[in-house]
Ligand binder design. Structure first.
Ligand code: XMP
Length: 511
């Protein structure tokens, strides 16, 4: 498949995939290569443009990552970001100096030229800076087109050679015109048309997976969450029956969830799915345990043991699929190019499953991109738009020790909450919403009788990444309906409260 390609040369930037994401958002296909890629490899990709990322190094240091200077003679437009512009400055005879102190954060940006790279950018705006070194004098043939108070050479341009660079970070949201600047580079400098779509990613990924897997066997743990569902569906599209999925039902799922996952993937998708009904096993291990971290540990370990036992029955497989997405990699701080990434160990990788290699088809994607791929390959909305659900499931939403009875009460209350939110059309506006079995009993009156029963808490938050969150302003009328229904329909619940704590200081989950 031939389409416009942008190459991103990675100089060790933590957020290189954020640049990739911005390029994809501009509907241009891109690939990330290490800075050390050879000129032949670069040319073989036939790129319309090359972006140098930032990085933690200093260009003048002995072992600094530096590209072959010949890259500037390939006739391919180049755009350097932060360390990337310093590489340009250093190699082409400009001056790179250390500033008195590290410049970090939002800074005023002054646009000093009507350059196409800065088309549509306000003359006075802001940009995000994070650097100690900077280009103090641009190389010959370059002009300065923007500056900040501490960085006179904020952006440089050489229109003859089509080489450009900025000291700030256009890829982060704190640079309001950052996406615009990147798009200007892609459309105006590189001449990209922007006709690539996420569906193309899916098609190419499926073709690449098919080529890689050949006639070999693949095993995948399926939880019904967005990431594992999309990963499994991609592999299934690629190799069909060669994929076996194991779905461990730990009995801590929401109402009907296990059946829905099984029905969809087995029924509609015809996927080879083994559902392990391990509810009793998990509940007996969890009996009497109140400490949230102990609960998590028990569930995590037991999950792996059950998975291993099932995998053993299947025997040796060639590949194990992980639904890792880019956020998981950032969070566990793993390095580009490492074969087994640290988050596997954090999350727990089965020790006793006989496999040769891990496949992570979603490792470069952000959550919303994973959802877009899911939609492109025909997964229904209820799978792709699903709210985040923690691995330990309802175990961390029953405060204190877990019993079947408490789980049953929680499931019903949670089900009513979710149904009413969906009915009111609020499910699109809330990041996560769920009921909590508080373990508190309180006095109430029902009919003419005094009750002393369970209090259910409702949590609903807005967020973009789950790292910070605010409580969702669900309309009172909707809350009222939910509260009335829960108290009327769920035995043993006589009180409903709504949690109005943001994160921080609260967390999203109660445990
Ligand atoms: P907190 O409660 O830390 O949650 O504000 C942030 C996000 O992470 C989810 N979460 C978990 N996910 N295992 C998971 O897979 C866990 O143990 C766990 N704890 C919290 C939570 O649902 C929210 O989306």
């Amino acid at each position: 498949m031939q389409h416009e390609t942008i190459l991103i040369l990675d100089f060790g930037a933590q957020y290189r995939q954020l640049i990739a994401r911005r390029v994809r958002e501009a509907k241009v296909y891109c690939e990330v290569l290490p800075w050390s890629a050879s000129l032949e490899e670069i040319q073989s990709k036939n790129p319309k443009g090359i972006i140098f990322t930032g990085g933690p190094s200093v260009v003048s240091a002995k072992d600094a990552p530096i590209v072959d200077k010949g890259i500037f003679d390939l006739g391919i437009p180049i755009f350097g970001i932060c360390y990337g512009v310093q590489v340009i400055g250093h190699l082409l005879g400009g001056k790179v100096e250390r500033s008195a102190e590290r410049e970090y954060g939002k800074k005023p940006l002054h646009v000093t030229s009507n350059h196409p790279l800065l088309q549509g950018v306000e003359k006075e705006t802001t940009c995000w800076m994070s650097h100690t070194y900077y280009v103090s004098e641009p190389p010959k043939g370059f002009k300065t087109i923007a500056s900040t108070d501490t960085c006179p050479v904020g952006a440089i341009a050489n229109d003859v050679q089509k080489i450009y660079g900025v000291q700030f970070h256009p890829e982060v949201v704190h640079t309001p015109y950052g996406s615009q600047i990147l798009q200007n580079f892609l459309y105006h400098v590189c001449g990209c048309k922007g006709d690539w779509i996420m569906g193309d990613f899916a098609k190419e990924k499926i073709a690449a997976l098919r080529a890689k897997i050949g006639d070999k066997k693949v095993l995948c743990g399926l939880s019904g969450g967005v990431d594992s569902s999309v990963a499994a569906a991609l592999i299934h599209h690629a190799v069909g029956e060669q994929l076996t999925c194991i779905f461990v039902d730990h009995g801590l799922l929401r109402k009907d969830e296990g059946d829905e996952v099984e029905e969809f993937f087995k029924g509609e998708f015809k996927l080879k799915l083994i559902r392990v009904n391990a509810q009793e096993r998990f509940l007996s291990k969890l009996a009497g345990i109140s400490d949230p971290e102990k609960k998590r540990k028990i569930i995590g370990e037991e999950f792996i043991r059950v998975f291993e036992e099932e995998a053993k029955k299947i025997g040796k497989v060639d590949f194990l699929v992980q639904g890792t997405i880019y956020a998981d990699i950032i969070e566990s701080g793993s390095k580009h190019g490492a074969t087994i990434k640290s988050h596997h160990n954090v999350g727990g990788l089965p020790d006793h499953v006989d496999f040769e290699e891990i496949i992570e088809p979603l490792e470069d994607l952000f959550k919303d991109e994973v959802r877009a791929v899911g939609r492109a390959i025909g997964l229904p909305d209820y799978l792709t738009e699903r709210q985040p659900f923690p691995g330990p499931g309802l175990a961390i939403r029953v405060i204190g020790d877990i019993t079947e009875e408490k789980l049953a009460i929680l499931r019903e209350a949670d089900y009513i909450y979710r149904s009413e939110i969906a009915k009111a059309g609020w499910d699109k506006h809330i990041w996560q919403y769920f009921a909590v079995y508080t373990g508190i009993r309180s006095v109430g009156v029902m009919g003419d009788e005094r009750t002393y029963d369970t209090a259910i808490a409702l949590r609903g938050v807005t967020s973009t990444d789950g790292m910070t969150a605010d409580w969702a302003r669900i309309p009172y009328e909707v809350l009222e309906r939910i509260s009335t229904r829960i108290v009327n329909e769920v035995p043993h619940v006589n009180r409903v409260v709504y949690d109005i704590t943001s994160k921080p200081p609260g967390t999203i989950e109660w445990e």
